[in-house]
Design a protein around this ligand. Structure first.
Ligand code: DQA
Length: 144
């Protein structure tokens, strides 16, 4: 099974971006950790990042057409992008909303997600380990 791990804006800056909030793991280290975890779980993992909303929308269309499960850290778009919500709503396979930080104990604008009510589940606040947990869940449930 192939799982798409899709990351939105600023997540390429992991490691240098507000390390007290997002930790010191770089984006390339995150990609490596996801790929290794995926290999151990027997998954093919395709990790991508974009700073362009339309590109994320198109990747979600691709996932919808291919019936692929998605781990989605939409970054700031989580909080306001109806376009990302509408694209994620087309996924038939499971989709997990993921946040490295615990958005519920941050600014009030981060406490609202336009995605949470249309996704399968949400992981927040577990640092980059959340991606590995999401992949473990996908290995068990991704084909439902
Ligand atoms: C984030 C939380 C968002 O509020 C923020 O805009 C991000 C990252 C997280 O992983 O904690 O870019 O999704």
């Amino acid at each position: 099974m192939k799982v798409l791990v899709l990351n939105g804006p600023n997540l390429n800056r992991l490691g240098t971006r507000e390390p007290s909030v997002y930790g010191s793991t770089s984006y390339s280290e995150l990609v490596g950790r996801c790929e290794r975890e995926g290999a151990a779980l027997g998954l093919e993992v395709d990790v991508r990042q974009t700073n362009h909303e339309g590109e994320l929308v198109e990747w979600l269309h691709e996932a919808a057409d291919a019936g692929r499960p998605v781990v989605l850290n939409a970054g700031a778009w989580t909080h306001y992008s109806v376009a990302v919500r509408d694209a994620a709503s087309q996924l038939a396979a499971p989709v997990l909303e993921l946040h490295i930080s615990n958005v519920h104990k941050r600014e009030s604008f981060r406490q609202h997600s336009v995605l949470s009510d249309i996704v399968t589940g949400v992981i927040a606040g577990l640092g980059v380990d959340g991606y590995l947990l999401a992949l473990r869940w996908m290995a068990e449930h991704g084909e439902q």
